[in-house]
Design a protein around this ligand. Structure first.
Ligand code: FES
Length: 265
C-alpha cells in the first residue's frame, strides 16, 4: 500500500534511513580505530570524526523516525502481523538511537572510556542491523510503501473522512475505473470502495488471515486477492473463495444516486 509520508509515491522513510545506517556504522568504525591507534594525532582525528558522525547519525535517525512514524500510524494495516513487526522495528531503532546518544554524551565527559563507548555503539549497531532486517521484511514481503498498479485499474486512491452520518458520501460515480479500488479511512475505520462489472461495492480492508491490506492487493471479476499470502474474497458477499484465510470479510451496503456513491455504516 502506498506510503503516507511520500513524494510522488516515493516513500520518504527508506530515503532517510540510509543516513543513520551509514553514519552510525562510521561512528563505530572510527571509534574502533581511535581505540586501536597508538598515535595521539591519529587517535584524536579518529575520535573527532566519530563524534561528528554520531551527531549526523542522530539527526538522520530522528528525521527517518518522523517519516517512519507517520507510515506506522497511517499506512501499516492495524491489527496485522506487519503492525507487530513495525512496532518491533521502531522500538529497536529507538534503542539504537538512545545507545548512540549515551555514547555521545560519554564522549563529552572528561573521563570517557573507549571500551564503554565502543561497547555501547557495537550493541546499537547490532540492534540496528536486526531492525533493518525487519524493515526489509516490511517492504519486500508486507509491501509497506509499495504503490501498486495492476490491470489498467488506475492509480492508488485514498481518502480520510470524519463524519457522524450513517450514510456517507465517498466518491463520484465516475471516479473509479472497472476493478479499481479506493481505500477509505472513515472515522479511522479502513474500508475499501471498489467498482465491479455490476456496481460499486464496499468491504473491510483487513484480510482475515493476518491483516493484510486488501486495497493493496488486486481485484478482478468480483474477487479481491490479498497481497500477502494470496487469499481470495468475493467482494460482494465477503465470502472466502481461496485460503489461507478462513473467515469472511465484512461488506457494507453501497447506494448510488445523483452521480454520487454512498456507503452505509
Ligand atoms: S494476510 Fe495472509 S492471505 Fe491475507
Amino acid at each position: 500500500m502506498r506510503s503516507t509520508a511520500q513524494i510522488k509515491s516515493h516513500p520518504i522513510h527508506p530515503i532517510l534511513v540510509a543516513f543513520p545506517i551509514a553514519f552510525f556504522t562510521g561512528t563505530l568504525l572510527f571509534d574502533v580505530l581511535a581505540m586501536l591507534s597508538d598515535k595521539p594525532n591519529f587517535r584524536d582525528g579518529f575520535s573527532v570524526t566519530a563524534y561528528y558522525m554520531s551527531i549526523a547519525g542522530m539527526i538522520g535517525a530522528v528525521l527517518a523516525a518522523i517519516a517512519g512514524f507517520i507510515d506506522y500510524l497511517y499506512t501499516v494495516p492495524p491489527e496485522s502481523s506487519a503492525k507487530t513487526r513495525a512496532t518491533k522495528h521502531g522500538l529497536l531503532n529507538t534503542t539504537t538511537l538512545i545507545l548512540f546518544f549515551i555514547a555521545w554524551l560519554l564522549k563529552r565527559g572528561e573521563h570517557n572510556s573507549y571500551y564503554l563507548i565502543t561497547g555501547l555503539e557495537l550493541v546499537g549497531f547490532v540492534i540496528m542491523l536486526f531492525a533493518g532486517w525487519l524493515g526489509g521484511t516490511l517492504v519486500y514481503r508486507n509491501q509497506i510503501g509499495v504503490d501498486p498498479r495492476y490491470a489498467n485499474a488506475g492509480k492508488w486512491k485514498e481518502e480520510r473522512i470524519h463524519t457522524s452520518d450513517k450514510e456517507i458520501e465517498v466518491a463520484n460515480t465516475d471516479e473509479l475505473k472497472l476493478n479499481q479500488m479506493k481505500l477509505l479511512h472513515i472515522n479511522g475505520k479502513r474500508i475499501v470502495l471498489a467498482k465491479t462489472e455490476n456496481n460499486y461495492v464496499a468491504f473491510d480492508d483487513r484480510c482475515t488471515h493476518r491483516g493484510g491490506s486488501l486495497a493493496g492487493g488486486a481485484m478482478i471479476c468480483g474477487t479481491v486477492q490479498c497481497p500477502w499470502h494470496g487469499s481470495h474474497f468475493d467482494v460482494t458477499t465477503g465470502a472466502v473463495k481461496a485460503g489461507p484465510a478462513k473467515e469472511n470479510i465484512a461488506t457494507y451496503p453501497v447506494n448510488e444516486r445523483g452521480g454520487k456513491v454512498y456507503i452505509v455504516l
